[in-house]
Design a protein around this ligand. Structure first.
Ligand code: SR1
Ligand code: MG
Length: 419
């Protein structure tokens, strides 16, 4: 069948042709189909049978353009192949944190996956001040397992090179290279920002040579450090949660890149959740401090849990394989030094990418709801300025900061930068 852009009215007939879906939903006569996507790129549907409403699934289709902008920003549908591949790969490494892929049709760029009916997008939960007891532990485990197993620390040199070649995702990488790592640092027509932001603040950032150099260094790292298979867009809108479970969704940006990228994006999005609490808790008439303390603890635990599990996977793999990356004849001191420098390298990259993410979510095209939804421009500008200030500090100080306590101090002390 030639590619067809489906919609809530035509999707049912397509699904009825698939025995696997009939088996999953049971009665296909009367389907309840609703388009629910609020992402920037694709269309997403919830589908269930009215006869068995408790059984549902999610259908995601990539159309040949970017949803946020429309046909004026064409995109190939290749991203759907990349997403299906990444769902399989990450699902095999962390089945408890990745929705099951139930059906993939490359010709229709259409993925059917497990419906997480009892889970909410993490970003929304954080805006509402909800505590998720296992969140940091789960995300740390997901990061350690996915980032370790895609790398040369685990794969054979040949398998790793094959993996790099077969996961090329140039079109979505280009979006990241432009929208995250270039345009927000220059005066560019893609940028959209709050009219209440002082022009002087924006101009100062755009004309700060040290910041421009740092952003260019992060872009270079993203484009050239093919360290592991990344999720590639791991913000809090790519995570679904409830009190028990944590799922990482939407890996269409998956590509080989620096390990610090996924960690840095998450860190930045926890930071915007933290900074915007002053607004959201004030709206709810409650004190932001306890929830900010919980968010700080998540950030600490995320890094601590990630490092511990990553190093444990590394040690266990070396022991099993009788050598590992440094070879069998390595001595304990050089191995310890290599591991420590390796973790510090991931950490500084993560801070640099977190800085880029904070700046691009403020000056670039795509926003974060916890700040963008503050309705009053002047009130929102306060939080925009804090995000910029923290982003700048993380980018510029990424090589001097050696632990997460320093990051949390910066976060706590983030104030508006001078205009
Ligand atoms: C214009 S939309 C581009 C952004 O949406 C995706 O979720 C990624 O974050 C990307 O940078
Ligand atoms: Mg997404």
């Amino acid at each position: 069948m030639d590619f067809q852009a489906l919609n809530a009215s035509t999707l049912g007939d397509y699904l009825r042709t698939l025995p696997v879906i009939t088996e999953l939903l049971g009665d296909m006569a009367d389907l309840d189909i609703a388009e629910v996507g609020d992402g920037n790129l694709n269309y997403v549907y919830f589908v269930s049978s009215r006869a068995n409403p408790d059984k549902g699934l999610v259908v995601k289709q990539a159309l040949p353009y970017m949803r946020l902008v429309g046909e004026g920003w064409p995109l190939t549908r290749h991203r759907s192949d990349r997403e299906a591949h990444a769902l399989r790969r990450f699902g095999s490494l962390c089945p408890q944190h990745v929705p099951a892929l139930l059906h993939f049709d490359s010709a229709q760029s259409l993925i059917v996956m497990q419906r997480l009916g009892e889970h909410l997008i993490l970003r929304k939960g954080l805006v509402n001040g909800v505590i998720y007891p296992k969140l940091a532990e789960h995300l740390a485990g997901y990061l350690a397992r996915t980032l370790f197993h895609g790398s040369d620390l685990y794969l054979s040199a040949d398998a790793k090179k094959q993996a790099v070649a077969s996961t090329t995702n140039s079109e979505l990488c280009k979006i990241t290279e432009d929208l995250v790592l270039t345009n927000p640092f220059e005066d560019h027509p893609n940028n959209v920002y709050n009219p209440a932001l002082p022009r002087g603040t924006v101009a100062r950032l755009h004309h700060n040579p040290a910041l421009r150099v740092a952003a260019a260094q992060m872009k270079w790292a993203f484009m050239n450090q093919a360290e592991t298979l990344l999720h590639g867009d791991l913000h809090t809108g790519s995570v679904m949660v409830n009190q028990r479970d944590t799922y990482v969704i939407d890996p269409e940006f998956a590509c080989y890149g620096p390990m610090g990228f996924d960690i840095g994006l998450l860190l930045a999005n926890f930071a915007t959740a933290y900074l915007s609490q002053d607004w959201h808790r004030a709206q709810a008439g409650t004190d932001p401090a306890p929830y900010q303390a919980w968010l700080s603890e998540q950030i600490s635990q995320l890094w601590r849990g990630f490092s511990q599990e990553f190093l444990a996977l590394w040690g266990a793999h070396d022991a099993r394989s009788g050598g590992g990356f440094m070879g069998a004849a390595r001595d304990a001191d050089s191995l310890a030094q290599f591991r420590a420098s390796f973790m510090q390298h991931i950490f500084s990259d993560a801070l640099g990418f977190a800085g880029c993410e904070l700046i691009r979510r403020t000056l670039g095209l795509a926003k974060v709801a916890e700040i963008a939804n503050i309705p009053d421009d002047a009130a929102r500008a306060v939080f925009d300025m804090r995000a910029l200030s923290l982003g700048e500090a993380l980018l510029l100080q990424r090589h001097q900061i050696t632990d997460m306590d320093q990051v949390l101090r910066l976060l706590r002390n983030t104030r508006m930068p001078p205009p």
